[in-house]
Each structure stands twice: as structure tokens, then as C-alpha cells.
Design a protein around this ligand. Structure first.
Ligand code: TPP
Length: 370
């Protein structure tokens, strides 16, 4: 057997260049071909959404610590990637989240107290995905990539001009479902952007143990779609790259992959102890690349954010966190039998038996409580 490497086609195996417009010190590269030339007002809005996201994220962790939520996966450190992508969405575009996309869901207006039912264990889905163009949170890793692809193809058959964003983690790119979704999307030229937030870990498994690919952006080559890598802690670069990918998808040019390099600064979820697998030094280094800090530096250097404006954003964030808190305390429980709705047009006998069994169990529990 010949184990020599075959002659590879023209595939560049060096590091794919990372698009960066705003460095950690707040310096802006206006000469970059990716410069989206956003106004100061837009940049200030991006800053506002990032601060709101961080505050509500903190609130969710606090609520879990108080026993109000069973578990919560924080997006601390990933606000730049998420708000950059959010600002690239068209009015008809849909987001198919994994479970760490608080920033995107806030931006799309999803009521957080309602979506927190999932983390509280009181309801499967407390909001209407169609109202917010934000699909149900997906815990089985990678499945949302299939939904995003199928939904995009369905929308095209319906003659609707929209693109979908499939949010996947770095770990998710190693699953069969994401492989199938990307293969299918490329062959069918689905208007789907695979938005990978590479936060370096899949729970405790670091990137180098998840894949031998030089970068995740390289994977696009194998599927036959363009792939770009950007600094995911640079909200402007992420915005520029995702916007380009979405525009070409909507124009019928097919799917694309965006790898946003970021870092999960919190634990994987509130049930995880990250000190078991990563060092304080690593975390300290990551903190220097904070996405909010660098945008604030840029805004201040342009005199586009004064003390009073910054204070207003902080106050709005406090109000939003208080609303989420009050909404969760008061949330009525959902109907558990709802999981049987919207599964089959014509339900099978076995399925109906299971529904009846759950209804009987619930009725029994109510009897016991009386
Ligand atoms: C199909 C499936 N396998 C395993 C798990 C357990 N699991 C939960 S989160 C996770 C890691 C996912 O990592 P990544 O895609 O990088 O996303 P991140 O959590 O870092 O945002 C795994 C393996 C799961 N939820 N679903």
C-alpha cells in the first residue's frame, strides 16, 4: 500500500487568513477590503447590544445559582461574534441556534423570560419561532444545521427570498449531522450560512482534539463552498464577513461557511468546572481580547461614546435584567403534552397511546397534590 501523500489539488493548507478590522487595542484598519464603513451610530448600537447581552447573560447565571433555572450555557466573550452576525441579518432571514446564542435571540426580540422555560424545565418552547425568526434552541449537537438547510430550501421552493444562519460550535463541526447538512446545502445551493463560533472548546475537549483540519474554515473546501475565517471578538469583521455570506446566499450563489474565532470565557454551562481543563493564564490572555472593550476603545477614540451615553446603556441593561428576573419568577408552567403537537399530521396509534399515558400521569399527579 502506498502511504505517500497523494498530489493534492490546489488546496491551501496554510492557516486561512483571519479577517480582522478592529484589534484588541481598538485600532481600526480602514484600508481593509472588508471595511463595511459602518457609521458611528451603528457602531454605538452594536456596543449597546453587546452590553445588553452581557448583562442578561450574567442575570441568567445568577438565576441558575438561585435555583430558578436548572442549567444555563453562558455566551460571555462571544458577544462580538453574535451581535456582528445579528447586524448582518436581513428582515426575512432566520437564525437556527445551537444553545449559546443569547445575543442573537435578544437582538431578534425573543422574550428571554419565555425562552428561559427551557433552562427552567417548565416548558419546551415558550415563544413562537415564526414571530422572531429564531428557531427552537437545539441541544442535540448539530441537528439545527439540518433544519437550517431544509428550511432554506423550503423557503426557496415557496419563492421567498431569505437566507438562514446555522449557528454551530467548533465541536459540532465534527458531527455527522453538520457534515450531512453542509454536503446537502452545497449540492442543492441552499441559501444557508454556516456560522461557526469557534470558542476553542467542546465542553472540556480542546479544538486540537476535535479535529485535525488546519482550520475549520478549510472544511468549506471539501464541501464545495466558500469559507472565511474572521476574528469573532471583532464585531465589525464578523459583521462584514457574515453580511457578505448572507448577501451572496440571498442572491442565489449558494451556502458559505464563516469561522468566527472567539473564546468562551465562562464555564461550558453552569454545571461545568472549567478549572479542570484550562488554566487561569489562558483565561487571562483571553480577557485581553474582550469584544466589548475593544469596541468601546474605538468609540471613545472617535468621541462617539461619552460618559452619559455609556451610563444610559448600563441602565437599560439593568432594566432588561430586572424584566427577565421578574418574568421568570412569575412564569406560568407550560403544558407538557404540547410535545405531542406538531409532530405528525396523522399520528400513529403508539404515539397516541404515549400521549394518553402522559395525560393520565399528569392527572394522577394533580390528584396527589389535592
Ligand atoms: C448529539 C449530541 N452529542 C453529545 C452531546 C453532549 N454535548 C453537549 S454540549 C457538547 C459540546 C459542543 O461543543 P461545541 O459545538 O463546540 O459548542 P459550545 O458548547 O462550545 O458552544 C456536547 C458534546 C449533545 N448535546 N448532543
Amino acid at each position: 500500500m502506498n502511504l505517500d501523500a497523494p498530489d493534492l489539488p490546489d488546496v491551501e493548507l496554510a492557516e486561512r487568513q483571519e479577517v480582522q478590522l478592529l484589534d484588541p487595542d481598538g485600532r481600526y484598519d480602514a484600508d481593509s477590503p472588508w471595511n463595511p464603513e459602518l457609521s458611528d451610530d451603528t457602531l454605538r448600537e452594536m456596543y449597546r447590544w453587546m452590553v445588553l447581552t452581557r448583562r442578561v447573560d450574567r442575570e441568567m447565571i445568577n438565576l441558575q445559582r438561585q435555583g430558578q433555572l436548572g442549567v444555563y450555557p453562558s455566551c460571555l466573550g462571544q458577544e462580538g461574534a453574535q451581535i456582528g452576525a445579528a447586524f448582518a441579518l436581513g428582515e426575512q432571514d432566520w437564525v437556527f441556534p445551537q444553545y449559546r446564542e443569547l445575543g442573537l435571540s435578544l437582538y431578534l426580540g425573543v422574550p428571554q423570560a419565555a425562552s428561559a422555560h427551557l433552562w427552567r424545565g417548565t416548558w419546551g418552547l415558550g415563544y413562537d419561532p415564526h414571530e422572531f425568526r429564531f428557531a427552537p434552541i437545539s441541544i442535540p449537537i448539530g441537528t439545527q444545521a439540518l433544519h437550517a438547510t431544509g428550511f432554506a430550501l423550503g423557503a426557496r421552493l415557496d419563492g421567498r427570498s431569505l437566507a438562514t444562519v446555522a449557528c454551530v460550535g467548533d465541536g459540532a463541526t465534527s458531527t455527522g449531522d453538520v457534515h450531512a447538512a453542509m454536503t446537502f446545502a452545497a449540492v442543492m445551493r441552499a441559501p444557508t450560512v454556516f456560522f461557526i463560533q469557534n470558542n476553542r472548546y467542546a465542553i472540556s475537549v480542546p479544538l486540537e482534539k476535535q479535529t485535525a483540519a488546519p482550520t475549520l474554515a478549510h472544511k468549506a473546501i471539501g464541501y464545495g463552498m466558500p469559507g472565511w475565517r474572521c476574528d469573532g471578538n471583532d464585531v465589525i469583521a464578523t459583521h462584514a464577513v457574515v453580511r457578505h455570506a448572507l448577501e451572496r446566499a440571498r442572491a442565489g450563489e449558494g451556502p458559505a461557511l464563516v469561522e468566527a474565532m472567539t473564546y468562551r470565557m465562562e464555564a461550558h454551562t453552569t454545571s461545568d468546572d472549567p478549572t479542570r481543563y484550562r488554566s487561569e493564564e489562558e483565561l487571562d490572555a483571553a480577557r485581553l481580547t474582550d469584544p466589548i472593550l475593544r469596541l468601546r476603545r474605538l468609540l471613545e477614540s472617535r468621541s462617539a461614546l461619552d460618559e452619559q451615553q455609556a451610563e444610559q446603556v448600563e441602565q437599560e441593561a439593568e432594566r432588561m435584567a430586572a424584566e427577565v428576573r421578574a418574568g421568570i419568577y412569575d412564569a406560568p408552567h407550560g403544558d407538557p403534552t404540547e410535545i405531542f403537537d406538531h409532530v405528525y399530521v396523522d399520528a400513529t396509534g403508539r404515539f397516541e397511546q404515549q400521549r394518553a399515558q402522559l395525560q393520565a400521569e399528569l392527572a394522577g399527579t394533580e390528584q396527589e397534590h389535592r
